[in-house]
Design a protein around this ligand. Structure first.
Ligand code: SAM
Length: 275
């Protein structure tokens, strides 16, 4: 038995026939010490509504509840997991709400009633992780409906999120994340911690909104960074041609021979304000 008197996760997997499906990005965590460490990376959970994407057999869900979350609202696409999650709901009456469905079709801001702070914590399915992050970073209004994001990514994606100008990993994600949030890699998780093990190391990233980011339309910032980094080896006058090219760069006083990775986040924002 474990800290919550529920069966060990390997038993849960066996009892509910939850062999991992690659198409659903299923790499499960069985070590409840590790899921507790991830839950603690989100900070204090007492008095907090936690939104979890992809609870699977519920290893992280159990840790979030054991760490004192007032409520966990978990969105899971794989119906096979629902019976395992029901056992956790029984153990924590009224505290776990499981929403069967696709996180990409979920309106996250409307899941909670605003009476408590909201934190999003997830061991994300890799195939939808970046897409969800971009949505959470560009959500309106700002400050957003959440107080923080604590998310597992492939290490390489985590490095792109926290990257600063001139870092090797600096690109679209670094600009979007740096514009509105502060982010840091909390710790790495080796492949063998997962079942089945993925090919690469993963990292837990903690992200907190800035209260006063420079005002700009997030979709415009996404367009500028997409164009600039889509041809990252080209000079900006070439890569930004479709958005105004030399005229746009002259307007904001940026040397047209520079390349995307040399621009600060503020410079990207200024470009986006002028397209
Ligand atoms: N949280 C569990 C853990 O840590 O062991 C499982 C993590 S596993 C990496 C990702 C989970 O997300 C799987 O349970 C998978 O079924 C679910 N999933 C995949 N795509 C999804 C989607 N679009 N919406 C909601 N859940 C999804």
């Amino acid at each position: 038995m474990s800290f919550d008197d529920l069966p060990p996760l390997r038993e849960v997997i066996r009892a509910h026939g939850l062999f991992a499906k690659k198409a659903l990005g299923q790499n499960f965590l069985f070590d409840l010490n590790l899921t507790a460490k991830i839950a603690r990376s989100a900070g204090k959970l007492e008095g907090v509504d936690v939104i979890e994407v992809g609870p699977g057999p519920g290893g992280l869900t159990r840790a979030l509840l054991a760490e004192g979350a007032s409520r966990v609202i978990a969105i899971e696409r794989d119906e096979r997991c629902l019976s395992a999650l029901a056992e956790i709901s029984d153990r924590y009456p009224g505290k776990l709400q499981v929403i069967p469905g696709d996180a990409l079709k979920t309106d996250f801001a409307s899941l909670t009633d605003g009476s408590r702070p909201v934190k999003i914590v997830a061991n994300l399915p890799y195939n939808v992780g970046t897409e969800l992050l971009i949505r959470w970073l560009t959500v309106e209004p700002w400050p957003p409906f959440y107080e923080s994001l604590t998310l597992m990514f492939q290490r390489e994606v985590a490095e792109r999120i926290v990257a600063e100008p001139a870092d090797n990993h600096y690109g679209r994600l670094g600009v979007l994340a740096g514009w509105r949030t502060r982010s840091r890699i909390v710790f790495d998780v080796p492949p063998q911690a997962f079942t089945p093990p993925p090919k690469v190391t993963s990292s837990v990233v903690h992200i907190e909104p800035r209260s006063n980011p420079l005002p700009v339309d997030g979709s415009k910032l996404a367009r500028v960074t997409e164009a600039a980094f889509g041809q990252r080896r080209k000079m900006l006058r070439q890569s930004l041609k479709s958005l105004g090219g030399e005229a746009l760069l002259a307007k904001v006083g940026i040397d047209p021979t520079r390349r995307a990775e040399t621009l600060s986040i503020d410079e990207f924002v200024e470009l986006a304000q002028n397209i």
